[in-house]
Design a protein around this ligand. Structure first.
Ligand SMILES: [Zn+2]
Length: 166
């Protein structure tokens, strides 16, 4: 999560409930709320554009060998945080607030809440107290850590299978 007061951004696109801004220092795009939300509130709905059988850094996993390109496309700029404020519910196809969000906050989600085994692991620099460091997908995270997060039905099914191998 980036604090807007410490970075300089240029506006890329306005989607009324949120805007995409680009950090001038590192070119990274991010998604910022234009209003406040309470936990449980639905911010937006999404649909599957293309469905791919392998993950990429832009896809969201909805099943084994099922990875969707998000529509509308601007939702791809919701970055990862280990203390996310939104959740992608891939059953209801809704983006839901999981923490209070204020106008101007960056919206972030926890990639392993949708991704089982990521194509492109990365070192997280979110700087939050609960930062997991290397982000590789839920398959690589202990159950006790995952219990702190809202997870998709797909990830919960994968965990059930991992925890009950017979
Ligand atoms: Zn982190």
């Amino acid at each position: 999560m980036v604090n807007i007061s410490t970075a300089t951004y240029r506006l890329i696109s306005d989607h009324s409930f949120a805007v995409v801004r680009q950090n001038i220092a590192n070119d990274q795009k991010a998604f910022f709320a234009q209003r406040s939300y309470s936990p449980g509130e639905v911010l937006a709905r999404f649909t599957a554009g293309e469905v791919l059988d392998r993950p990429s850094y832009l896809t969201v996993q909805v099943g084994i060998n099922q990875h969707i390109m998000l529509q509308p496309e601007h939702l791809q700029y919701i970055n990862h945080s280990c203390e996310p404020n939104v959740f992608f519910d891939t059953s209801s196809m809704q983006i839901i607030a999981v923490r209070p969000i204020r106008e101007g906050d960056e919206m972030t989600f926890f990639y392993p809440s949708t991704e089982w085994d990521m194509a492109q692991p990365f070192s997280c620099l979110c700087g939050t107290a609960s930062c997991l460091g290397e982000i590789r997908g839920a398959a690589h995270i202990e159950q006790s850590r995952l219990d702190e997060y809202r997870l998709t039905d797909f990830i919960q099914q994968q965990l059930h299978a991992r925890n009950n191998p017979h």
